[in-house]
Design a protein around this ligand. Structure first.
Ligand code: PGA
Length: 255
């Protein structure tokens, strides 16, 4: 049985102190995550050490970076390697978030290389995929998601997905207040799982596929109730302890 993940994506928000306070507030609520249910905090690079020290006593809580570079080391000014992230206690890393793809030109090939580099450094990648509004309107959702998955699959092979998480984040729902309906999201989640199951039934069945895109306290339970939705990647609503905790509670109480 797949267990739920509530993953916070702070993006480029919060001061150091606000971040520390938010983590304190979330941890102090002592949500009883069950075996294998995880809460992950994807925080800005300069907050990783602080976030890691906050969660070190907590069994089911982990820290993620929001990006890493594809190379191990060298003259890449401004970039951060997977090994550096692992060194400061990071266990997960977002790869291919739509903001990376659209604003920072992380293309299919670079995203796949980053996924590989993250795993080589011992990190678990959270691979983000999803279509834009226009692509959805043109009936291209499956084609787009498949190309994003395929670029990674071709480079690393299906076995690499044993140690990975996927986040389906329709671009049109991110930060817009528009949320995919549970049924819309379920269709794409089931498609993603089927694509992976074509390569390996067990891996496809076991992988956790998170939904992201304006998930909030009010819609979390109905999204998380869908059979192929295994948690959420939460941006805006993760910046407030009460709303993130409400989503964590929905995750704990869902299947
Ligand atoms: P949102 O962001 O919850 O603010 O829509 C989700 C994400 O981009 O990961």
């Amino acid at each position: 049985m797949r267990k739920q993940i509530a993953a916070a994506n702070w993006k480029m928000n919060l001061t150091y102190q606000q971040g520390e306070q938010l983590l304190d507030d979330v941890l102090n609520a002592k949500i009883a995550l069950k075996e294998n249910q995880l809460a992950i905090f994807a925080v800005p690079f300069p907050y990783l050490i602080m976030a890691n020290s906050e969660i070190t006593e907590e069994k089911n809580y982990f820290v993620a970076a929001q990006n890493c570079y594809s190379k191990k080391s060298g003259a890449f000014t401004g970039e951060v390697s997977g090994a550096m992230l692992a060194d400061v206690g990071c266990q997960y890393v977002l790869i291919g978030h739509s903001e990376r793809r659209s604003l920072f030109h992380d293309d299919l090939a670079l995203t796949a290389l980053k996924f590989k580099a993250a795993q080589e450094a011992g990190l678990i990648p959270i691979l983000c995929v999803g279509e834009t509004q226009t692509q959805r309107e043109n009936g291209e959702t499956e084609k787009v998601v498949n190309a994003q998955l395929d670029a990674v699959l071709t480079l690393v092979g299906i076995n690499a997905f044993k140690q990975a998480v996927i986040a389906y984040e329709p671009v049109w729902a991110i930060g817009t207040g528009l949320t995919a309906t549970p049924e819309q999201a379920q269709v794409v989640h089931a498609y993603i799982r089927a694509q992976l199951m074509k390569n390996n039934v067990d891996i496809g069945r076991a992988i956790r596929i998170l939904y992201g895109g304006s998930m909030k306290a009010e819609n979390a339970a109905s999204l998380l109730a869908m059979p192929d939705i295994d948690g959420g990647l939460i941006g805006g609503a993760s910046l407030d302890a009460t709303s993130f905790l409400a989503i964590c509670t929905a995750a704990v109480n869902s299947k």
